[in-house]
Design a binder for this molecule. Structure first.
Ligand SMILES: [Zn+2]
Length: 437
């Protein structure tokens, strides 16, 4: 089962041929020719995996926004405003990643945990430390997770604590450049660097400018947070005289394949600008509910041609598995459509035509996210890499119940996306290699 488009579910009984990690053919067994080709492929295969009836294969999940060092604080402090959450919880924890033993222990727990949940591609903010960031890249390579890994650059004397920041803008740019080389030197085809200014309030103009130049000279992707909250938007207007995305564009950071986390406050013109620059959005519905003062309008963004995927935003979102985040995306879209204040008339309460369903949510979590970062994953079709997961729908004690005379394919898909737990995900593959069990 997979979603080739935001409103299209495709279901097939198929034989998938994989060579050196690439999908070379998909034989649909519902046709006589497809069934025959599938039998031939199985007979000739050097290795085959046959899955039990009741097991559904789907593309692996692409999580566009994860703060790896915040893994130990998952589930805590989410009643605080963002600034206190950052200064009381996040920055003191992230500062600890100067200790490489601590970093290695956390990464070694985080990466396999996410793989077990079906996150085959992870886009990581690491900490401010180049060494710990290299170890994160090595950990992804060792466990076989496809990943973009970024050392967090931040130097602003007001937006960051004095004990956790780059000493100067030039030191920050140099450390990010060195981190790109160190991640490239890991030598894994699965792992690439990504330039990562934390967000404009944490970075001086010189640092943002320097990182924009670094992106232009290296072609390395960029990620940052954009227009997340009322405070963030007001801050950008006060400091730059223009909105956050326009400032990012002036610093050369809105580029093809740039990942902008959140961006729920983009207006129509800014949405067009981000889209025209080839950048996309990591929609993080759960953390937005805590910190963003608004719901990102997925439907409006897609209608404007903007690339959108999903992010867990660990640990601003307390749900690490992206299937759960699909549920959150559906939930918040319905709250946006209906509105939430019963004191208002129904007609004035919400934003019409905002709701998305599980098909759109799963598309965001797979093909949509893959398109934002331009990686050949997110769909099981020839030419893409085989990143996939298998979900059991008949596991004794499992979360999914399918009823023969009730559940058609669409309902089965909805149940998998809404109900599957980590234990129901029996197999995960990245680049054709098994990473679970
Ligand atoms: Zn974030």
């Amino acid at each position: 089962m997979q979603t080739p488009g935001p409103d299209r579910l495709a279901v097939a009984d198929a034989v998938v041929e994989v060579q050196d990690g690439a999908i070379t053919a998909v034989h649909d067994r519902s046709t006589p020719e497809g069934a025959a080709a599938g039998r031939r492929a199985l007979a000739e295969a050097s290795e085959r995996v046959e899955l039990a009836p009741g097991t559904i294969v789907m593309p692996g999940l692409v999580d566009l926004h994860i703060h790896a060092p915040q893994w130990p604080q998952l589930g805590t402090g989410l009643d605080l405003p963002l600034e206190r959450w950052l200064f009381d919880y996040t920055f003191p924890l992230e500062a600890r990643y100067a200790d490489l033993d601590f970093a290695a222990a956390v990464w070694d727990d985080l990466v396999p945990s996410l793989l077990a949940m079906g996150t085959t591609t992870a886009v990581y903010f690491s900490s401010n430390h180049a060494e710990a960031t290299t170890v994160l890249a090595q950990t992804c390579a060792r466990h076989g997770q496809r990943a973009l890994v970024g050392r967090v650059a931040m130097d602003h004397p007001e937006g960051t604590p004095e004990w956790y920041r780059d000493a100067t803008a030039s030191a920050g740019v140099a450390a990010s450049a060195a981190s790109i080389e160190a991640i490239d030197a890991v030598g894994s085809p699965l792992v690439e660097p990504i330039i990562t200014p934390r967000f404009t309030p944490a970075c001086t103009d010189s640092l943002l400018e320097g990182l924009g130049e670094l992106a232009a000279s290296t072609g390395v992707r960029v990620q940052t947070h954009c227009s997340e909250s009322d405070w963030h938007c007001g801050y950008a207007l006060d400091r730059f005289g223009v909105s956050d995305p326009i400032a990012l564009n002036r610093f050369g950071l809105l580029r093809p394949r740039t990942v902008l986390a959140h961006s729920d406050h983009l207006n129509a013109d800014e949405t067009v600008l981000v889209s025209q620059r080839g950048a996309g959005v990591a929609h993080c519905p759960l953390s937005n509910s805590y910190f963003a003062n608004a719901v990102f309008g997925v439907r409006r963004a897609l209608a404007a041609g903007l690339g959108v995927g999903l992010g867990s935003d660990i640990a601003g979102g307390a749900r690490p598995g992206l299937l759960g985040v699909c549920q959150d995306a559906v939930t918040v879209s319905r709250m946006l459509e209906d509105g939430v204040d019963p004191a208002l008339d129904a007609a004035e309460r919400g934003v019409a035509e905002s709701r998305i369903d599980t098909v759109t949510a799963f598309w965001l979590a797979t093909a949509g996210g893959a398109a934002v970062v331009d990686l050949p994953v997110g769909l099981i079709e020839p030419g893409r890499r085989f990143d996939a997961m298998a979900v059991r729908t008949d596991r004794p004690g499992g979360a999914i119940r399918l009823w023969d005379d009730i559940d058609d394919e669409t309902r089965a898909f909805e149940k998998v996306v809404r109900l599957a737990t980590t234990d129901d995900i029996s197999h995960v593959w990245v680049d054709g290699s098994s990473v679970k069990p």
